[in-house]
Design a protein around this ligand. Structure first.
Ligand SMILES: NC(=O)c1ccc[n+]([C@@H]2O[C@H](COP(=O)([O-])OP(=O)(O)OC[C@H]3O[C@@H](n4cnc5c(N)ncnc54)[C@H](OP(=O)(O)O)[C@@H]3O)[C@@H](O)[C@H]2O)c1
Length: 256
């Protein structure tokens, strides 16, 4: 049994998923700290959370934001451009992990379906997915107990789609409700069988999960020390083929 977190930092807390994560975490009795860039605006949308100022592109503030928390949920994202994908989607994870200074709280990282389908998406989408895949690698290297959720299309679900489908092939396609996704991210922090697992997440017609340990248990854990997820194709680039800055981040953040 891993220690149950009692506090969580939500990165991307004002976003469409992050604000639902804040609400779900509060419902579970967690102390919730929200990383925000504009506290006055955030106060209106995040009742019940402690607000801490921070910008993912600036390291100032991030050490204070992570201090003492038992868990971190990442749901942040830039505007989809390759430059923001590098600086925010990827760089934000790198900067927050660096701010932990070797501490290893429980982590839940939201990325996307398609991150390991290299070559399937061209242009800016392909680059965005590449940076998200690289952010996953940082989390795996960090030594923190983690769950990585690769959601399908937000809210592309019908009224009876309450059954959660967790896959590890990254070949599927489908939707997931924003509330369902937020619930899975928070439950993953509180469920032992979710540790060190990466999966795609969809919803289908059927019943909502009754037992969260049972939901995550059949999944294959990622191999200890592996940068890729269980089930990822062999076609992903080895570390030697990644940009120099990414290789340096992996080296710097790998828990020894
Ligand atoms: N749409 C889909 O169907 C789908 C499917 C799979 C994955 N995704 C991924 O989901 C993500 C979008 O999630 P969402 O809808 O929750 O996003 P969102 O509503 O756009 O929220 C993004 C969050 O990131 C924060 N953020 C951005 N830059 C920041 C910075 N420099 N420092 C601190 N915080 C920063 C924003 O803060 P501010 O409020 O201060 O701007 C906001 O809280 C995207 O990355 C997308 O690729 C989407």
């Amino acid at each position: 049994m891993t220690d149950q977190p009692s506090s969580v930092l939500v990165v991307g807390a004002t976003g469409s998923i992050g604000r639902r994560v804040v609400a779900a975490a509060l419902l579970h009795g967690l102390d919730v700290r929200a990383l925000v860039r504009d506290p006055a605006r955030a106060e209106r949308v995040l009742p019940g959370a402690d607000l801490v100022w921070g910008d993912l592109e600036e390291t100032t503030g991030l050490a204070t934001a992570v201090r003492g928390v038992d868990a971190i949920v990442f749901t942040h994202g830039g505007n989809g451009s390759p430059d923001q994908a590098r600086r925010i989607d990827y760089g934000g994870v790198a900067n927050v992990l660096a701010a932990l200074d070797g501490r290893t709280p429980r982590v839940a990282l939201m990325t996307s379906i398609g991150v390991s389908r290299r070559g399937a998406y061209s242009g800016s989408t392909g680059q965005l997915l590449d940076w998200k895949r690289r952010s996953e690698r940082l989390v795996r290297a960090s030594g923190a107990p983690y769950t990585i959720v690769r959601p399908g299309w937000f809210d592309n679900v019908g009224p009876r789609d309450e059954r959660l489908v967790l896959e590890q092939t990254d070949t599927g396609n489908g939707g997931i409700g924003r509330d369902q996704l937020a619930a899975v991210l928070v439950r993953s922090l509180l469920t032992d069988s979710a540790v060190d697992k990466t999966f795609e997440l969809f919803a289908e017609p059927g019943a909502a999960p009754a037992d969260w340990e049972e939901l995550f248990a059949p999944l294959t854990p990622d191999g200890g020390g592996e940068l890729n997820a269980a089930g990822d194709p062999d076609s992903l680039p080895p570390l030697e083929e990644e940009p120099d800055a990414v290789r340096e981040d992996i080296t710097r953040l790998t828990k020894r």
